[in-house]
Design a protein around this ligand. Structure first.
Ligand code: SIN
Length: 314
């Protein structure tokens, strides 16, 4: 009997599929839809201290091979997601999920947000988003290795609950080495690879213009465009991180085959962004069916039998 059960941070999930933060997770109503879908778990929209409208529209455009976005962290504020998370934790304790937390202003806001969660009744997983490329004038925290180390030292000085970090894509072997060396100093529970490929540019063939308004058209690229980069980041970090740090694979998961490849590279959970935006939560029924079919065709009965076992040619 084939099972798609996934184990992640000490919990068992029916399957490894989740939304990627930002898609279908702004309100409690959307989160409820995910909780009631065929996804194994879900993550909230990245919360900043205060609620935010985000960047001017148009700010998210679907493309033939993926998407471009510069949302600018629109969200209902940390208090909203924290209250929702505590309620879920109490009412449906057997449905684990992840709370995503970001910062609009930088270092101090990250710390303040984590302090607020530490002081709350929420005890579940947090995904600290160190990689939003869409805040005008602000860099992606995790591209600065020293600042990332400094931030994690500060947070670990008071934070005692389980959390992981969402990373931007890295493109150089030395950068894989450097970020892994930073993250291995801490008792992180997971990393999520990857956020969108930041600051891409898409030009509309009919109008010769950019397609999104913020930042002169520069935005994060997701979907089919990013799968090889996502797989490389999952694989490279799996090879470098302490075995206790699990990986969420995100980027370019359109089909069961894409999911299978992320798992081969070592991912434990799988987040779907662009394709969820295009298809809605029914995407999880399709992905589960396609992944199950691959396991059955290959004679596997569980994900554990092939997870992380990508073969090389040497
Ligand atoms: C956004 O709100 O701009 C997207 C969030 C992210 O890329 O982390």
């Amino acid at each position: 009997m084939t099972t798609l059960q996934a184990t992640f941070c000490g919990q068992t999930y029916d399957n490894p599929f989740m939304n990627a933060s930002g898609v279908h997770c702004m309100t409690t109503a959307e989160l409820d839809e995910l909780a009631n879908s065929a996804a194994g778990s879900f993550v909230t929209k990245s919360a900043t201290a205060d609620s935010r409208e985000g960047n001017p529209e148009p700010r998210y455009i679907n493309l033939a091979l993926g998407s471009i976005n510069s949302m600018g962290l629109p969200n209902l504020g940390l208090a909203y997601y924290l209250a929702d998370a505590i309620k879920r934790q109490t009412e449906t304790p057997d449905v684990p999920f992840i709370m995503s937390v970001a910062s609009y202003k930088g270092f101090d806001e990250y710390v303040d947000n984590m302090r607020q969660i530490q002081d709350s009744d929420y005890t579940g997983l947090v995904e600290l988003n160190l990689s939003c490329p869409n805040v005008p004038g602000k860099p992606q925290m995790a591209y600065d290795f020293e600042d990332t180390a400094r931030l994690l030292i500060e947070i670990f000085s008071f934070y005692t609950k389980p959390f992981g970090v969402k990373l931007p894509p890295y493109f150089d072997i030395q950068h894989f080495d450097k970020i892994a060396a930073v993250l291995n100093q801490f008792d992180l529970k997971f990393v999520n690879c990857i956020n969108s490929i930041g600051n891409g540019l898409y030009i509309d063939e009919a109008t010769d213009t950019v397609v999104i308004k913020p930042k002169g058209g520069f935005g994060g690229i997701g979907g089919e465009y990013v799968k090889p980069t996502a797989l490389a980041n999952v694989r490279a970090l799996k090879q470098r991180l302490n075995p206790s740090i699990e990986i969420i694979g995100t980027g370019g998961i359109l089909t069961g085959r894409d999911a299978y490849e992320h798992l081969l590279c070592g991912a434990s959970m799988l987040q779907v962004g662009t394709q969820l935006q295009k298809e809605g939560p029914a995407v999880f029924d399709r992905l589960n069916a396609e992944l199950r079919h691959i396991l059955e065709t290959k004679g596997y009965t569980s994900i554990a039998e092939f997870k992380g076992k990508l073969a090389t040619l040497d």
